[in-house]
Design a binder for this molecule. Structure first.
Ligand SMILES: Cc1cc2nc3c(=O)[nH]c(=O)nc-3n(C[C@H](O)[C@H](O)[C@H](O)COP(=O)(O)O)c2cc1C
Length: 335
């Protein structure tokens, strides 16, 4: 354990947590209960702001602070129209870490967060952008492979880790995400130079997670091959890839694109109207699945790690299992 602690020391110190384990922010799932449970168990919970307005985010932060004395972070989506106010909300509430997701944040917004006293974490989808983000002031990076749940890039963590860790790990702590379900993998990434890891899918079925029982059941049943990215049927109408469990909604999405395409080709819809129609298909879909339990039509965003979700258990138990696996693997590998 001392050796594992040494490998995690930099990441754990960055968070002010016992372990260098970040709970990946998941819209609707990562609210006060799961976030506080993760932080209380020695990991670093992160609130998913998603589309919340600043007033609503302030309530969620206060609610989390009431449940834990430990540090936690807030994940903000860069294209949120009120991003600046959301940063202010975090700073006023003395949130120590702001994670910018869903795009490359401007140098100005990074500076604003840092001047207000927060540490800034950014997602780096490629080495050139990793370097740019560090130049812009990012204190730490997350590299998230295409194995992850939710919105994904095209490159696997296996490749991103090789491209980015050797070049960046000495400059700033780099956390790795996507498809991680066991401690053996956590250990491997730490040994490759990662400061720590970020897991999402593995925490959906935490007892403290408020996800609907049917959403959790889909995760308990799902296998890696069921968690697939959304498919685009025509190159003129881009679809942002989102990894989710296959259900009636994902199948209908294909048929819907075909219908919209036919309407565009017949002149019934303009290109802009057709693109908007396709984009609107999934509006509100994650909420419908996570909160309402509509697992047929809602979005079951999940990583390929979903096959390693085998039971509902308290966050502390999941974390103890991951750390135990990493420590046991370290002993085996040293032998
Ligand atoms: C249901 C769900 C919702 C997510 N929502 C967000 C989000 O709002 N913001 C974000 O940056 N990442 C989001 N993610 C990605 C996670 O933060 C994390 O990086 C990812 O789950 C890691 O891969 P894993 O699921 O294989 O562990 C989401 C993932 C899932 C499964």
């Amino acid at each position: 354990m001392a050796e594992l602690d040494r490998l995690m020391a930099r990441g754990a110190a960055f968070f002010g947590a016992r372990y260098a384990l970040m709970g990946g922010a998941m819209s609707w799932v990562s609210e006060r209960n799961l976030v506080a449970a993760l932080s209380n168990a020695g990991a670093f919970g992160v609130i998913a702001c998603g589309a919340m307005e600043p007033e609503r985010l302030a309530q969620e932060i206060a609610g989390t602070q009431a449940l834990t004395q430990r540090p936690f972070g807030v994940n903000l989506i860069t294209m949120h129209p009120r991003l600046e106010q959301l940063v202010d909300t975090c700073l006023e509430a003395k949130v120590g870490h702001i994670v910018f997701a869903g795009g490359i944040p401007s140098g100005a917004i990074i500076k604003k967060a840092k001047d207000g006293g927060a540490k800034v974490v950014c997602f780096a989808p490629a080495l050139a952008l990793a370097k740019k983000l560090v130049r812009s002031g990012a204190d730490a990076l997350v590299i998230e492979g295409s194995e992850a749940g939710g919105h994904i890039g095209p490159v696997s963590l296996n490749v991103l880790a090789q491209e980015i860790l050797p070049a960046m790990a000495e400059q700033v702590p780099v956390f790795v995400a996507g498809g991680i379900g066991r401690g053996e993998a956590i250990l491997s990434f730490l040994q490759m130079g990662a400061a720590g890891v970020q897991l999402g899918t593995r925490f959906v079925c935490a007892t403290e997670s408020i996800a609907h029982p049917l959403f959790k059941r889909a995760f308990l049943r799902g296998n890696a091959r069921d968690a697939v990215p959304t498919q685009q049927i025509d190159e003129r109408f881009p679809v942002i890839p989102v990894r989710a469990l296959v259900n009636a909604g994902t199948k209908r999405f294909m048929a819907h694109q075909a219908e919209v395409l036919a309407k565009f080709q017949s002149g019934e819809l303009t290109k802009e109207a057709a693109q908007l129609d396709i984009e609107h298909f999934w509006a509100g879909a994650l909420r419908r699945a996570v909160i309402d339990g509509d697992v047929e039509n809602g979005s079951l965003m999940a990583g390929q790690s979903v096959g390693m979700v085998d039971r509902e258990a308290p966050a502390a138990e999941i974390i103890a299992e991951l750390i135990g696996q990493a420590a046991a693997a370290l002993v085996r590998r040293a032998a």
